[in-house]
Design a protein around this ligand. Structure first.
Ligand SMILES: [Zn+2]
Length: 300
């Protein structure tokens, strides 16, 4: 039922096919194809280690890496590693057992269990991230580091320092970093879904299961945003940000539900923004990668 990765993972032919669908559907030149890895827990540890090192500048502690890798392994079916230009695809059939063997009660999030059609969709989505990277998109650690730097600069001015002090009491630094990286990540994630869906829907006959999954996801995506009314979601995010900055909603800063909602918002807002802007302004997919926004207002 779930799984089987053999058909998806390590399958160079499928990777090449998806890359050619992406190129052909959107008239883009993909560039260097990433290595696609059938990911073990050790591969995920290596990803977490590289990511932490890139963000903090120091070698992360092995026990922390191991612990975080288990959480990542339990909560996702695919990852694009922008540092190493590599796609990690999990073996869904093996994930529960691997985590069980590692012990300490971390389980696979059932919503991240993927069937064959979804695994192909996930692979297409992660491959779009590879195209974006080839065209100069920053990796997630680079976005977080840039966001941290801009906070430091803001704290250097007098009003900025006050704002920083105020926030330090009411808003976790983590949430500021999340908001700093959010606009670019919204385009990056929305475009990955938009192009994966477009490429698969254009090839219904060749990959029927994946195209069926893409079609279902398209319906969900447009319903979740209130039929394309993504601006209302953006306005909600801006209000939450202002409240946090004013210290009015300290509970939002630490709420896992809010963090989760922010992540979901990236996909929904980004997808609808790209669909609408590509249609109305006629922008190419390359244009979106080359013009990543740094403010949420860009979506209004
Ligand atoms: Zn993604």
């Amino acid at each position: 039922m779930y799984g089987p990765s053999a058909d998806v993972m390590g399958c160079e032919e499928l990777v090449d096919t998806l890359v050619s669908y992406i190129e052909e559907s959107f008239g883009v030149e993909y560039g260097a194809v990433p290595e696609v890895v059938h990911a073990s827990i050790a591969d995920v540890e290596s990803y977490v280690r590289d990511r932490d090192r890139a963000i903090t500048g120091v070698e992360p502690d092995a026990a922390t890496v191991h612990e975080r890798a288990k959480h990542v392994y339990g909560s996702t079916s695919g990852i694009y590693d922008g540092i190493n230009h590599r796609v990690l695809v999990m073996d869904n059939a093996a994930r529960p057992q691997v985590l069980d063997d590692l012990g300490q009660g971390i389980e696979v999030d059932p919503t991240t269990m993927a069937d064959q059609g979804e695994l192909v969709y996930i692979l297409a989505h992660e491959l779009v991230h590879g195209y974006q990277r080839n065209h100069g998109a920053p990796s997630e650690p680079e976005l977080i580091v840039a966001s941290a730097r801009s906070i430091q600069q803001e704290n250097g001015s007098i009003t900025g320092r006050l704002a920083g002090l105020f926030r330090a009491n009411h808003m976790s630094e983590g949430m500021q970093l999340v908001y700093g990286a959010l606009p670019a990540l919204t385009v990056i994630e929305g475009q990955a879904d938009y192009m994966a869906m477009g490429a698969l829907l254009a090839h219904k006959d060749e990959l029927p299961e994946a195209a069926a999954y893409a079609a279902q996801k398209y319906v969900e995506q447009t319903t979740d945003s209130g039929d394309g009314d993504y601006r209302t979601m953006v306005k909600g995010l801006l209000v939450a940000k202002q409240q946090m900055e004013a210290g009015k909603a300290p509970e939002l800063c630490t709420s896992p539900q809010f963090a989760h909602a922010l992540k979901d918002a990236q996909y929904i807002i980004g997808f609808d923004y790209i669909a609408e802007t590509a249609r109305d302004e006629g922008h190419s997919m390359d244009w979106f990668v080359e013009n990543l926004p740094d403010k949420l207002d860009a979506f209004l």
